[in-house]
Design a protein around this ligand. Sequence first.
Ligand code: NCD
Ligand code: ZN
Length: 349
Amino acid sequence: MSKFFKKITIIKPDDWHVHLRENTMLSKVINYTGIFYERAIIMPNLENPIINCKQSINYRKQILQAQSNHVKFQPLMTCYLTDFTKSKELEIGFNKKIFIAAKLYPKNSTTNSQIGIKNINNIYSILEIMEKIGMPLLIHGEETDHNIDIYDREAKFLETTLEPIQKKFPSLKIVLEHITTKESVDYVIERNSPYLAATITPHHLILNRNHMFENGINPYLYCLPILKRKIHQTALRNAISSGNKSFFLGSDTAPHYYKNKINITGCAGIFNAPSSLLIYATVFEEMQALQHFQSFCSENGPKFYNLPINEKTITLIRKPHKIIDQIKIGKNTIIPFLAGQILNWSIDI
Ligand code: NCD
Ligand code: ZN
């Protein structure tokens, strides 16, 4: 049926997981989010992470200054949790709307997570306060014990960490971010709780781990959590096309310079801001589930965060759109996800 759609108009979406970085990189990537999204949750894992209100206020200012007038979006800031986070700081930050949520990075789980949480028990007093004040906890859900196979780290995390947190803090709002496995999909569906939601990235919807090794190794597809087997990709695609309200959009757009991606120890992260919404549209269409596209992109997220749904709309038209080849930043370059490839949907501007 969907092949007859020439246009899709939906409420303007929000991206609930975005890495903008700082300085020149920030100024070069920011509009790609602004073109498509009305609000974006900004990840705090800078080289010098955002761990208090003062840093967050300054970072937000930097973001607002970097925005162009015609592509403004609202940045929603997050606090990076460490073993030293003070509950007062979080509470004040949340009440004053400096922070919308706090982010849990298990120590050494991903980019700039060296000062993340070593042991979840260390922050139980923080979680208690967050539950009390209704502040959402955003989780990078991977076990970091290096004896655990990298492909099993997310599933293991559900058992060792998420389950105990949920038992102890049943009304703590949790977003299990960028889920990549059938186990996580099943967990969220079975819970069926207003306190638990999950975001899903465009790249985990269109790729599986085979793609990383097609015609040689593809460092551009390296991200964390790492791409999984096809059965997991299928579970994610089924989750979004079921219309289940516990799943919503979080692109995890994560720019890195070419020199840092193509490196002997290349960085994890995929810069998908130029294509994310167009990819989601493609997947919903392939799954014949365009009737659930708007709720995934624009309704389920605000509902979870108790925010109003956006008033503006966005229209995608069926017209070939080529993703830019590269973004030059001085002597450096960022190669976006699907660089140079043609997608079926374009934004109508
Ligand atoms: C992200 C980054 O580069 O900041 N990388 C990634 O592979 N997703 C961090 C993260 O969200 O894990
Ligand atoms: Zn991320």
